[in-house]
Ligand binder design. Structure first.
Ligand SMILES: *[C@@H]1O[C@H](CO)[C@@H](O)[C@H](O)[C@H]1NC(C)=O
Ligand SMILES: *[C@@H]1O[C@H](CO)[C@@H](O)[C@H](O)[C@H]1NC(C)=O
Ligand SMILES: *[C@@H]1O[C@H](CO)[C@@H](O)[C@H](O)[C@H]1NC(C)=O
Ligand SMILES: *[C@@H]1O[C@H](CO)[C@@H](O)[C@H](O)[C@H]1NC(C)=O
Ligand SMILES: *[C@@H]1O[C@H](CO)[C@@H](O)[C@H](O)[C@H]1NC(C)=O
Ligand SMILES: *[C@@H]1O[C@H](CO)[C@@H](O)[C@H](O)[C@H]1NC(C)=O
Ligand SMILES: *[C@@H]1O[C@H](CO)[C@@H](O)[C@H](O)[C@H]1NC(C)=O
Length: 603
């Protein structure tokens, strides 16, 4: 219940004078701000939420200057533009992310009306988010809604959500969204399989010294056709002789969520086996929002990412970001419930830093349709803000082809969650965000698309101009009516690029394992981008920043085009890899030496 009164609260507001004469909420109607048709498949309403349970509510204030920020992003990421590489500072970026002062005033006033004084609000560094901790009862009053405990039928996990919430009409233009309300996303790591080596032997052992020809025309160990090591990736992607620099300011960042921890002993054991010169080197750990790096609880995803990401770029310094969030809701406990999808915490932290790694890889994602539209738009805008700072963001494209991994076409999967209940391909977010570079998967030498490689078309984000030509050309190869109604051909198409994704030899709990997934592909591609940044920084040039305008205009010529394979799902054979860009492997895999020549010739 709101306790302090309006006038008392006003006194603590810096903008009290401006507000004293206005009472904007008096008689103001609550109007629905957002509603979803129902919880996604798998969730069911269990019971009313306990009124005393604490919610950590995040309020996104509108960003009127985002179009200006986006315009900067297009210019400074386009190698043919005079401003290429003129990245914005933290202060410049934050100024373009900031809400209008009037928005700050009106929202503070509304919060004060509900008894929340300025000192109880946590604001992001750009002031674009306000976080409050309130009991369910008060949140229900503020949002004119009723929260329930929803349970997941398969996993039994519980969350507190609602399917609709309202705000006073006057706030609608000032607030983009409030969560947790309608968010049912089930965030996952794209590490599809973990094979113990004693169960999954590589096909046939090659006699020592046997070589095959890699995509760049150079000889590659034949064993790389069945098991991927650091050395294999450097051979396949033509970077065998490239040496990175330890101290030129270049860095590689990797993100971890869901308690995924990098095991330090496993990392050293991996270095000893695959990159002995990196043995005893370390990475920087950054914990955000209670993120853990629990040495008693090694994470297969975190081990894979760190071993291959940091191992490939050594001695370039590595940073591992571990972000907390998403604890399961435990009924009857009064613990604050911060079950937000955790990208916003991570973005908030990074954008408040002066120094950010130039290249960052993430191997996690959600089905786009389970992330509320407004939320996806807002998180994607945060990715654009990082791009404006000169950061290259790489994301795995997902491990279920065009679908959700259910092989049974008669199953209830691949269904839309918009009330129409129609069969549809299921794009993955954040890979579907037009301001990131999405990485699909390949297998074997010569490389073909690996059949789980996530790809397709966003239902939220329209196709960005940089990929207009590439995607139109691809769509023309499809027979008329192909997959009609299953995808939106006008949406942002992904992935943008690809890299090997099957049978990476990882150390997990002291043992050799083979791990597969586009989780392998994203840190791999990111490592080669980091090496390109290393070369550019040594040549006195800027980092590459947001990659797609470069990749789609000129960079693609230095990628190995993948023309075989497809990404089946939803009872279909999926899209085909083709000549040129395709929604299975994008423009293909890196040819490092060729890319290096290209980026060193750029301003
Ligand atoms: C690599 O393995 C694939 C699948 O087993 C095979 O088709 C291909 O011929 C192999 N490549 C070479 C160069 O031997
Ligand atoms: C993370 O670890 C904490 C503490 O061990 C546990 O309560 C929580 O369930 C874990 N969360 C996930 C998503 O595994
Ligand atoms: C490496 O860094 C981690 C994280 O900061 C730390 O826990 C660990 O003790 C360091 N040293 C080694 C040898 O792993
Ligand atoms: C670390 O992991 C162990 C094993 O899963 C668990 O018992 C312990 O509670 C965890 N510690 C923290 C701080 O999460
Ligand atoms: C969706 O349609 C299927 C039949 O194709 C039906 O069994 C299912 O109950 C429907 N689900 C919803 C939420 O309407
Ligand atoms: C993908 O390929 C693997 C290995 O060849 C096969 O076992 C699996 O069934 C394929 N998946 C689909 C969806 O076709
Ligand atoms: C993929 O290629 C196969 C074989 O050429 C063809 O039958 C199929 O129609 C193609 N699918 C698409 C979506 O283009």
């Amino acid at each position: 219940m709101a306790i302090p009164i309006y006038f008392v609260a006003l006194l603590v507001l810096p903008f009290a004078a401006a507000l004293a004469s206005t009472v904007p909420f008096k008689g103001c109607q609550q109007k629905v701000k957002e509603s979803v048709h129902g919880p996604p498949r798998g969730w069911y309403k269990h019971a009313p939420a306990p009124k005393h349970h604490l919610l950590e509510l995040k309020i996104a204030l509108s960003q009127p200057k985002f179009p200006e920020l986006e315009q900067h992003l297009w210019e400074i990421s386009d190698p043919s533009h005079a401003r290429y590489g003129a990245y914005l500072s933290k202060q410049e970026t934050q100024a373009l992310m900031a809400p209008h002062p009037e928005t700050l005033d009106v929202v503070s006033e509304w919060l004060a009306l509900h008894g929340l004084a300025e000192e109880e609000l946590v604001r992001s560094s750009a002031l674009d988010w306000v976080t409050i901790r309130v009991p369910v009862g008060l949140a229900e009053e503020m949002l004119d809604t009723t929260y329930h405990v929803y349970k997941h039928a398969e996993t039994g996990e519980s969350i507190i959500r609602t399917t609709s919430y309202s705000l006073p009409e006057i706030l609608h233009d000032h607030v983009d969204l409030i969560q947790p309300t309608t968010m049912f996303a089930r965030f996952k790591a794209f590490r599809s399989t973990l094979h113990w080596t004693d169960q999954a032997q590589p096909a046939a052992p090659c006699p020592p010294g046997t070589m095959i020809t890699g995509p760049a025309g150079n000889p590659v160990d034949a064993s790389c056709n069945s098991t991927i090591t650091l050395s294999c990736l450097r051979q396949i992607y033509n970077a065998e002789n490239y040496q990175t620099t330890a101290a030129n300011g270049n860095k590689l960042g990797l993100t971890g969520y869901l308690n995924e921890s990098v095991n330090n002993e496993d990392l050293q054991q991996f270095y000893q086996a695959q990159n002995p010169s990196a043995y005893c080197s370390n990475y920087t750990l950054v914990s955000i929002h209670g993120g853990v790096n629990n040495q008693s609880h090694p994470g297969p995803e975190a081990n894979l990412d760190s071993q291959f990401g940091f191992g490939l770029v050594w001695p370039t310094p590595g940073t591992f970001y571990t972000t907390g969030g998403e604890p399961p809701y435990i009924p009857d406990l009064v613990y604050p419930d911060d079950q937000n999808e955790p990208y916003t915490y991570w973005l908030d932290y990074l954008l408040s830093q002066d120094d950010i790694p130039q290249t960052i890889s993430t191997s996690y994602g959600d089905d786009e349709q389970t992330v509320p539209y407004n939320y996806a738009i807002r998180v994607c805008a945060g990715m654009a803000s990082l791009g404006a700072r000169g950061v290259s963001l790489l994301f795995s494209s997902g491990d279920d082809g065009v679908g959700d991994g259910n092989p049974d076409p008669a199953s209830q999967q691949c269904k839309s969650n918009d009330g129409r209940n129609v069969t549809t391909f299921l794009p993955i977010f954040p890979a579907s965000c037009p301001y990131v570079t999405a990485v699909g998967g390949t297998v074997n030498i010569p490389e073909t698309a690996v059949n789980f490689s996530g790809g397709g078309f966003s239902n939220y984000f329209p196709r960005p101009a940089y990929q207009d030509a590439a995607v139109s050309t691809y769509l023309e190869t499809l027979a008329h009516g192909t997959f009609g109604g299953l995808y939106d051909p006008t949406g942002r198409a992904y992935p943008d690029v690809a890299a090997q994704g099957l049978h990476f030899s990882v150390i997990y709990k002291g043992k050799k394992n083979l791990i597969s997934g586009t989780s392998c592909s994203s840190p791999t591609f990111a490592a080669f981008v980091s090496m390109l940044n290393d070369a550019r920084i040594n040549a006195g040039k800027t980092s590459l920043g947001f990659l797609n305008p470069f990749l789609y205009s000129t960079g693609y010529v230095a990628l190995n085009d993948i023309t075989k394979g497809s990404n089946p799902g939803c009872g279909t054979l999926g899209f085909n890899a083709t000549l040129g860009w395709d929604p299975v492997t994008g423009y293909g895999t890196p040819n490092f030496e060729k890319l290096k020549d290209l980026v060193l010739a750029m301003p």
